[in-house]
Design a protein around this ligand. Sequence first.
Ligand code: FES
Ligand code: FES
Length: 127
Amino acid sequence: QIGKVGTVVGCDTSSCGACTILLDGRSAKSCSVLAVQADGSSVTTIEGLAGDEWHPVQAAFKECHGLQCGYCTPGMVMSAVDLLSENPNPTEAEIREGLEGNLCRCTGYHNIVKSVALAAETMKGGK
Ligand code: FES
Ligand code: FES
């Protein structure tokens, strides 16, 4: 109804993470949030992430080929943004743990993890 198509539904049962958005800056699986629960909150979808340039997480996914079909990507990116806001210097294990609620049916996890690690490096450099 509001013309936003970036956030996708994968399972509608809180299992896949494809629908992840930021609710007051924290990642949330939007399929399990009623509109009334978000009343008065800030909601950021993938469309709201980039400014004049890609967000560093988006740029890193592009650089590291962190997507194949792209269906999981909006949710992966939003979860990664939350992860890096909590832990700007994650280990590979911490990245994998941070993204464990997001499934990629193309199984491109290796490059997704590399993307998040690159984004962390980029953001540390203030880019
Ligand atoms: Fe799969 Fe929301 S659509 S967790
Ligand atoms: Fe296809 Fe993740 S890139 S589901």
